[in-house]
Design a protein around this ligand. Structure first.
Ligand SMILES: C[S@@+](CC[C@H](N)C(=O)[O-])C[C@H]1O[C@@H](n2cnc3c(N)ncnc32)[C@H](O)[C@@H]1O
Length: 864
């Protein structure tokens, strides 16, 4: 392009001008080829105002020239008139001018100021390309000769677009130099070079490879380069200055910090997450702060003491709950008060679900237990009149003294040998003996399962209908009764039979005086021939009789004292069931017999003894019984008189043989007679002398005659009592047989004694009277058996009562004697597990009192 131009110019002007161009060029401080062009232009035709300062200028000039050519603009005459043949220096001088001084003047560019329309147009076009020629952007702005803002923006945008299109880092070196730079002094240039060098160094240091812009441009295609260069021309000086910065060149002089952020927090490698907080805490406070802290220290400590300790969850959702409390125990009065006060300030917020249960327990709410758990009767039930309640036994009158002075007092020493792993189960020695365990006789403690009365006491102490578990109910035809308002397990204790413990004498007095008009008596034979009167007593007194009961009344020894309680039977008891037990009632006379209305399938029809106790006496059975009695008497006599070697006989066999069912009334009677006689003989035989022997004979005669009568009477009575009215005839016959047999025995005894007269002296004393005990509910039975019999005498006439009680009173005394003997037997150190149930030879031993598994011990034999 330049060559073309020069050629044309050469054709238009003389060759020396070309030489001048070259020289001018050589004299120019910069090596810009455009300088020569500018000079050429300015000298030749003054088209351009200032020499081009950039590559862009050259381009613009060339384009301008082409435009001139196009428009056939005549070349300036000055070019032609240029002085030739002058010295290089002079020419140079002439041709050189102060650019700065001439910039923008008519001298510098006369055509500009005398411009024709065509030239103006050209200039305008040029301005649009490179701004105001010879002026900086700032200067142009100041002079107000700058193109429009839109043009500026366009230029800037173009530059930016160009750079963005390249996407390359800037090379400062490649950027066109500013005008001011061009005119810099050598020193300044050096400084600038040094700075540049520094920049370059830092760039290298930053490790970023930066290619020079020149290089970049060189690699561009021709068209692209053009575009880029034109874009650069448009860039303002400010932008070019900006281009010098590291920031613009994407040169990082500061080291890059690689940070890791997690959950919105800066993570510093090798440092725990809460290090910051700790570090903050560890940073020593400034002295000023320290003083403040010292001042505030005291109140802080106070706060700490008040502050509650947080309970942390250790496991599970419900962790942290206070689970130590046994909610079944209930609340103390103080706790209730506290809760009542809390109730006045209700918490408006609902508690968390895990606290809901506790809140319910504390605050409470009305609820109804299901029927099968607890179903008490609604209020307004009929209540029995004159019922003085008592839930403990009380000794009345002489009973306490008699109790303490009784020989057996303190016989209840027992201690179990159960192990804590097993507890006191069915094999517990105390349990077998019907002794309740406590701290004195059991080492197991709370795990012990043989503390029914203690459990009942605890249950009742807390109160509440469920814990009491029973209530009085009015029955249709049996007066009041007792029903369960909750469930009971088999053999579970239900309610204690409490009342006043009275002696027999006191009982007689009450019946004759206090209860003479009563229809019901609440008297039960107890222990030591004492009686419990539950007229003032517990609810258990209202328990009715049933022939198929669901409960049983059992006597236990608790802390050395006998106590009676109603226990559940072999089956569980359901809510609402009426509680009953078998009275095993002894009516004493036909007048006292009451009709039973229990309604069970196997109802006996009247309130009386148990079925096995009232087996119908058959004819052959009576005969057999009488025969057995006589046989036993004979055998005794033989033994005493030396007819039989006792050591050869099995005592066990004898004991078992004598304890059989309905034979007992007759056989025991016969035995008693012979035994008494033999005893007298034995005692008498020990003394010596004829006198004694004579006395003995008399005595035996007396005793024999009286014994025969008594035996006969006793046998008849016994048979009468046992037999029903239908068997009365049979009984009478049996009595006759007994009488006959006994008289024979007496004759035999007399003969024996007379034969002995010659040998050893015999003293025969009056024998003990063998009588049948008649008392309330067969008290002997109760002593021997744990299953109690109700000793209630139904409403009877006064006369009959009086006669009966007088008999009872005398019989009771006999009973006491027998009991004492029984207790002696117990105290004699019987082996564990053997129950002394009946005493053969005692005054009255009804057949019902001995079961098959019980052993009958002949006390007299033991003593002997
Ligand atoms: C200890 S009291 C029982 C409470 C009595 N029902 C009351 O109202 O006080 C015993 C008396 O109740 C009556 N009794 C109990 N069980 C009975 C039954 N199965 N049939 C008829 N009367 C009965 C009898 O009058 C008996 O003398």
């Amino acid at each position: 392009m330049f060559s073309t131009l020069l050629e044309r110019m050469g054709s238009a002007s003389k060759p020396p001008s070309a030489t001048r161009i070259e020289r001018t060029r050589a004299s120019s401080s910069d090596s810009f080829p455009s300088t020569s062009t500018a000079d050429l232009l300015s000298n030749a035709q003054s088209l351009s105002s200032t020499p081009p300062t950039s590559v862009g200028d050259n381009v613009s000039i060339s384009s301008l020239i082409s435009l001139i050519e196009k428009e056939n603009v005549p070349a300036p005459a000055s070019t032609e008139n240029s002085p030739a043949g002058r010295s290089l220096r002079a020419r140079t001088k002439v041709g050189t001018y102060n650019i700065k001084a001439l910039a923008g003047t008519s001298v510098h560019a006369p055509t500009k100021y005398n411009k024709s329309s065509s030239i103006r147009d050209l200039e305008t076009r040029r301005r649009t390309l490179s701004g105001v020629p010879g002026e900086t952007l700032g200067g142009a702005l100041a002079s107000g000769s700058l193109s429009t803002d839109a043009a500026q923006e366009d230029a800037q945008r173009l530059v930016h677009d160009g750079i963005a299109a390249l996407d390359l880092p800037w090379s400062v070196k490649a950027l066109p130099k500013s005008k001011s730079e061009i005119g810099l002094s050598e020193r300044a240039k050096k400084k600038a070079a040094a700075e540049e060098l520094e920049r370059r160094k830092s760039t290298r240091l930053a490790g970023e490879k930066v290619e020079s812009l020149t290089k970049k441009i060189s690699v561009l295609g021709k068209r692209s380069r053009k575009t880029f260069e034109s874009g650069l021309l448009k860039a303002s000086r400010e932008l070019r200055k900006l281009a010098d910065t590291n920031e613009f060149a994407h040169i990082d002089t500061k080291p890059v910090l690689h940070e890791v952020w997690s959950n919105g927090k800066l993570v510093v490698p090798g440092e725990p997450a809460n290090k910051k907080k700790k570090a903050e805490a560890a940073v020593p406070a400034s002295p000023k702060k320290k003083v403040e802290e010292i001042v505030e220290e005291e109140p802080k400590e106070e706060k700490k003491s008040v502050k509650k300790e947080k309970t942390w969850l250790t496991k599970g959702l419900y962790a942290g709950q206070q689970g130590n409390r046994d909610w079944s125990i209930g609340f103390s009065p103080r706790e209730r008060e506290m809760m009542a006060s809390q109730r006045s300030k209700p918490n408006t917020l609902l508690p968390f679900p895990m606290w809901h249960g506790q809140r319910l327990l504390q605050v409470g709410r009305d609820f109804k237990l299901p029927f099968d758990v607890c179903s008490p009767l609604p209020p307004g039930q009929p209540k029995p009149d004159e019922w003085r309640k008592s839930t403990r036994n009380r000794f009345i009158g002489d009973a306490a003294a008699a109790w303490k002075t009784s020989k057996h007092f303190g016989d209840w020493d027992s201690s179990c040998v159960c192990r804590s792993e097993e507890g006191c189960d069915e094999n517990c020695q105390n349990r077998i003996m019907f002794y309740e365990c406590d701290s004195t006789n059991c080492k197991i403690g709370p795990k012990c399962g043989n503390r029914a009365f203690a459990d009942l006491q605890e249950r009742r102490k807390l109160g509440g209908k469920y814990r009491i578990g029973v209530e009085v109910v009015k029955t249709e035809d049996r007066g009041y009764g007792v029903r369960a308002n909750r469930c009971f397990d088999p053999h579970q204790i239900i309610v204690e039979y409490n009342g006043e413990i009275i002696t027999e004498e006191e009982c007689d007095r009450r019946m004759n005086e206090e209860y003479k008009n009563n229809e019901c008596y609440y008297l039960m034979a107890f222990d030591q021939n004492m009686i419990i009167d539950a007229t003032t007593g517990s609810m258990a007194r209202f328990v009715n009789h049933s022939c198929s009961p669901n409960c049983k009344m059992v006597k236990w020894i608790v802390a050395g004292k006998p106590r009676m309680a109603l226990f559940a039977g072999d089956k569980p008891i359901m809510t609402g069931e009426e509680l009953t037990y078998d009275y095993n009632f002894d009516p004493f006379s036909a007048k006292n017999v009451q009709e039973c209305r229990c309604g069970s399938a196997n109802c006996r029809g009247f309130l009386g003894p148990r079925p096995k106790d009232q087996k119908p006496l058959k004819e052959h059975a009576i005969e057999k019984a009488v025969k057995a009695g006589v046989k036993a008497g004979k055998r005794k006599l033989k033994e005493i008189l030396g007819g039989d070697d006792e050591s050869k006989r099995s005592p066990k066999k004898r004991k078992i043989a004598s304890a059989k069912g309905t034979k007992r009334p007759a056989s025991s009677t016969g035995k008693n007679v012979t035994k008494d006689a033999v005893k007298s003989i034995k005692r008498s035989a020990s003394s010596t002398g004829k006198k004694v022997a004579k006395g003995a004979v008399k005595s035996i005669k007396r005793s024999a005659s009286s014994a025969s009568m008594k035996v006969a009477k006793g046998a008849v009575k016994s048979i009468k009592r046992s037999a029903s009215s239908a068997n009365m005839k049979v009984a009478k016959d049996a009595a006759k047989v007994v009488k006959k047999n006994v008289s024979e025995q007496i004759i035999n005894a007399k003969q024996t004694v007379s034969s002995r007269k010659r040998g050893a002296p015999i003293a025969v004393k009056k024998t003990v009277k063998a009588s049948v005990l008649k008392t309330y509910g067969k008290s002997q039975t109760k002593l021997g058996s744990r299953n109690s019999t109700l000793a209630i005498v139904p409403a009877v006439t006064r006369e009959s009562k009086t006669s009966k009680t007088s008999k009872t009173s005398s019989a009771s005394k006999k009973s006491v004697r027998n009991i004492v003997r029984t207790m002696k037997g117990r105290k004699a150190g019987r082996p564990a597990g053997i129950k002394v149930v009946k005493v053969a030879g005692a005054a009255d031993t009804s057949s019902d009192e001995i079961s098959d598994d019980e052993i009958v011990v002949d006390v007299e034999k033991i003593k002997g």
